[in-house]
Design a protein around this ligand. Structure first.
Ligand code: UGA
Length: 463
């Protein structure tokens, strides 16, 4: 007998495995919709944080949502996977899938969680639905997760076991908003019952729901990120051509983006894309295609362009300063984008390494202290292996004034609001020469030039 169709919005008991960006935001979202949520993590410190209503990752709005849910008794965290599975009816897998050295994703955490859930299900009665939200290459849900669950639980997909892949499309910095108000919900389920059960977790309304199989859902996630990354790489390539013709790429893209077929988003040229998703996902797709024997042309080029772009920004600085050796350089912004403490794949790293290699005395500053500390650690680790003398010419500035004081050049890598507010007079007053290279179009070029700043930017009419 098939279980009855689920009522949308009925309160469910949900366990969420992993308290990183995806897990904690998923947990906060479902708790705020009235579901009973248990977060599971192997790290006791993270569990303790969540239980006191604090997010283990920096993400606007999440602390407030967690505190409210914890206080209302709708959310708690534990390290005990078995207890969490037995006390809930739905488990989300939201653990990390980091890149291996060749770009292949490392499924160790996904496998471990699937094994824990499978084992716990062996001793549990009633139906259980498992939903993969971690970003995994196509076919992982069916070919990796399902066999592990089957082995551990002895169950087959059907009356007592449901399985689906329901990827997320969250951006760091606005993850909670993106999760609460998604522009589409993609559900790839192994059977109709699982599909309906996942769908019932999302509020009805005008949000398009794509009902499909797990492998297609996994593919949608990868292609979305590959497409956005490719747009940025193309915008950057176009920017470099624009510079040669002394044309402003932002003016060009404003006009290009008005074509309905193109649209205005993700055309901001700059220092390239960083973060935990685009570089990793494109690399994983390239590697997965290679394993399938598919010849790719565009995606490897996207990755190449993204490695080149930060060095192009350094080239602009070299030209503006008349040579980098011995110069004091302020690198502003090391987080991969504003409003995050995340430095994974930040474009500031290849810039810092190139600047140190060129013999500069480098000062780095970021409004987010955690990002700054982690970044200097990253640079020291990389420099140690790649540069003679390591990172002895690297220093961490505690504020903007310290970063800019007496500097020969300034390079902006993250367009933090704090930087947008810097008046040109500050550069003129503090720096030896007000040379500013804008890697993210943080400032209005005309205003900077009029104020007497020696300003250059990606895709701008530089000398
Ligand atoms: C990205 C996607 O935007 C999300 O839809 C997706 O869910 C997420 O990856 C994921 O897979 O989890 P995120 O990495 O948080 O989100 O950040 P983005 O805002 O997309 O920015 C990524 C990088 O691209 C940043 O370094 C940013 O500076 C750069 N970027 C973005 C540009 O250089 N130009 C643009 O026009 C837009």
């Amino acid at each position: 007998m098939m279980p009855k169709a689920r009522k949308r919005d009925a309160s469910r008991r949900i366990s969420v495995f992993g308290t990183g960006y995806v897990g904690i935001v998923t947990a906060a979202t479902f708790a705020s919709r009235g579901h009973e949520v248990v977060c599971v993590d192997v790290i006791p410190d993270k569990v303790a944080l969540v239980n006191s209503g604090i997010s283990p990752v920096h993400e606007p709005g999440v602390d407030k949502a967690l505190k409210k849910a914890v206080r209302a008794g709708r959310l708690r965290a534990t390290t005990d996977a078995e207890e969490a599975v037995k006390g809930t009816d739905i488990s989300f897998i939201c653990v990390g899938t980091p890149s291996g050295p060749d770009g292949t994703i490392d499924l160790a955490q996904v496998r471990a969680v699937a094994a824990d859930i499978g084992k716990a299900l062996g001793g549990k009665r009633g139906r259980h639905l498992i939903i993969v939200k971690s970003t995994v290459v196509p076919s992982t849900t069916v070919e990796v997760v399902l066999p592990i669950i089957r082995r551990g639980s002895g169950r087959k997909v059907g009356r007592t076991l449901g399985l689906a892949c329901n990827p997320e499309f969250l951006r760091e910095g606005s993850a909670l908003r993106d999760s609460m108000r998604p522009d589409r919900v993609v559900i790839g389920a192994v059977d109709k019952e699982s599909l309906e059960e996942v769908e019932a977790l999302y509020p009805g309304g005008r949000v398009p729901i794509i009902r499909t199989d797990p492998t297609t859902a996994e593919m949608v996630k990868y292609v979305s990120n590959a497409f956005l990354a490719a747009r940025i790489a193309l915008a950057n390539e176009v920017a470099n051509i624009c510079s040669a013709y002394e044309v402003d790429v932002y003016e060009v893209m404003r006009a290009v983006g008005l074509d309905e077929r193109i649209g205005p988003h993700f055309l901001r040229a700059g220092a390239g894309f960083g973060g935990s998703c685009f570089p990793k996902d494109v690399r994983a797709m390239v590697q997965a295609a290679r394993e399938e024997g598919v010849t790719l042309h565009v995606l490897p080029a996207v990755l190449q362009q993204n490695e080149f772009q930060p060095l192009e920004v350094v080239r602009l600085l070299r030209e503006a300063t008349g040579g980098l050796k011995g110069k004091v350089i302020a690198l502003l912004g090391v987080a991969f984008k504003p409003d995050t403490d995340d430095v994974r794949e930040t474009r500031a790293l290849p810039m810092a390494v190139a600047l140190l290699k060129a013999g500069t005395r480098l000062r780095v500053y970021d409004p987010n202290h955690k990002a700054l500390v982690e970044f200097t650690g990253l640079v020291r680790g990389t420099a140690h292996a790649k540069i003679r003398g390591g990172a002895r010419n690297l220093s961490m500035a505690s504020d903007l004034t310290e970063a800019l004081d007496g500097a020969d050049g300034c390079l902006v890598q993250t367009e933090w609001a704090e930087f947008r507010k810097i008046p040109p007079s500050t550069f003129k007053r503090l720096m030896k020469r007000p040379v500013v290279v804008d890697g993210r179009r943080t400032f209005d070029p005309e205003a900077m030039l009029q104020a007497g700043i020696d300003y250059s930017a990606v895709g701008w009419k530089n000398r």
